[in-house]
Design a binder for this molecule. Structure first.
Ligand SMILES: NC(=O)C1=CN([C@@H]2O[C@H](COP(=O)(O)OP(=O)(O)OC[C@H]3O[C@@H](n4cnc5c(N)ncnc54)[C@H](O)[C@@H]3O)[C@@H](O)[C@H]2O)C=CC1
Ligand SMILES: Cc1ncc(C(=O)O)c(C(=O)O)c1O
Length: 309
């Protein structure tokens, strides 16, 4: 039974995750190596709670469902039933965390990684009880998006997968168990196929970035929230898909490196919202307004998709 959860890493994903788990009645202890990240996470928590209220996710009974922050790793993981590792997408950084907690936790404490796509089998090499390690891949923003992928590595115990799947379900979220430990799992394989083509089209001057977003959001995106890709094939007709894919697949981007446009921007520290410039530019005021507007729209769409409006 999972009651107490330690979250390690409070960057983009950690605060929303902490808020959503606490709303599910769990006792969360949140840790980051950087004091500034802890301070930022504290303020993000109340923002996420407001969004959870708008989603009408009922608060737990008084006394349960708490978030406590700590700057002490031992304090964070002590007595935890589940640890969610949420540090940068880098095997060596993640491996250091697993080694640091190895001696501090019980042998049956589950260690889940929110990795975007590093195979869980690779992460298991850095932990002494690999049967208790599992992928638990949330989607950003984690307090709003209900789907979470659950991935077993080669040596993950089936019971570990079942425990995480049941935990996700028990707090009203949507677990999807991925059957093979492929890089990127399922969500990011599909997303990165789309992003590779989108970046390529902009880079080759086929379309401007703003128009690319209009085309995808109001064409595919709006539709795909209601009709998933497999159902869409049936709606369009497999005969149409066969004809179009027979000439189009060979023309789609198949680059296997990072696109020059992305390298150019990241080399200039243009990372997107977090640095004020990426594909587009953002002032702090614009960022705040954008985040509020996006949360409002995602909440409204989710309520409709769930049949609550
Ligand atoms: N950003 C996104 O949209 C998504 C990211 N992920 C995955 O979640 C993980 C975290 O991603 P983000 O939150 O975006 O990263 P981030 O870079 O925003 O935050 C990482 C946090 O980890 C902290 N950290 C670094 N080393 C640490 C250590 N040894 N101990 C404790 N804290 C440490 C940093 O101070 C930072 O606050 C990555 O594996 C990423 O691929 C998963 C889903 C979506
Ligand atoms: C660009 C990008 N990369 C990874 C992820 C993830 O799910 O790991 C996301 C996301 O939206 O969650 C993303 O947008």
């Amino acid at each position: 039974m999972i009651r107490r959860i330690a979250i390690i890493g409070l960057g983009t994903m950690g605060p929303g995750m902490a808020a959503r788990l606490a709303r599910g009645g769990l006792q969360v202890v949140a840790y980051d190596v950087a004091p500034a990240a802890i301070e930022r996470a504290r303020s993000m928590l109340s923002v996420a709670e407001t969004v959870l209220d708008a989603l009408a996710i009922a608060p737990p009974p008084a006394g349960v469902g708490t978030v406590r922050f700590t700057d002490d790793l031992g304090d964070a993981v002590s007595g935890a039933d589940l640890i969610i590792e949420n540090v940068p997408e880098n095997i060596s950084v993640k491996g250091d965390v697993y080694r640091a907690i190895d001696g501090l936790i019980a042998s049956d404490t589950i260690v889940a990684s929110d990795t975007s796509g590093i195979p869980i089998t690779k992460l298991q090499e850095h932990i002494s009880h690999p049967e208790r390690m599992v992928g638990m891949h949330w989607s950003n923003p984690p307090h709003i998006i209900p789907m979470i992928e659950v991935i077993a590595g080669e040596t993950t115990a089936p019971q570990t997968v079942a425990t995480i799947r049941d935990l996700i379900r028990s707090i009203g979220l949507l677990p999807v168990v991925v059957k093979k430990d492929v890089p990127g799992f399922v969500e990011n394989r599909v997303l990165y196929a789309l992003l590779r083509e989108a970046v390529d089209l902009v880079e080759r001057g086929v379309i401007d970035p703003e128009d690319l977003d209009t085309c995808v959001s109001w064409g595919i995106g709006y539709k795909i929230a209601v009709i998933g890709p497999m159902a869409l094939l049936d709606m369009a007709g497999l005969d149409i898909y066969k004809s179009v894919s027979s000439f189009l697949n060979a023309d789609l981007s198949n680059r296997d490196d990072v696109a020059p446009m992305v390298l150019e921007k990241t080399n200039a520290s243009k990372f997107g919202i977090k640095s004020g410039e990426g594909m587009f530019s953002y002032t702090p005021e614009q960022t705040k307004a954008l985040q509020g507007e996006r949360a409002r729209k995602l909440v409204a769409v989710r309520r409709i998709l769930e049949g609550r409006e």
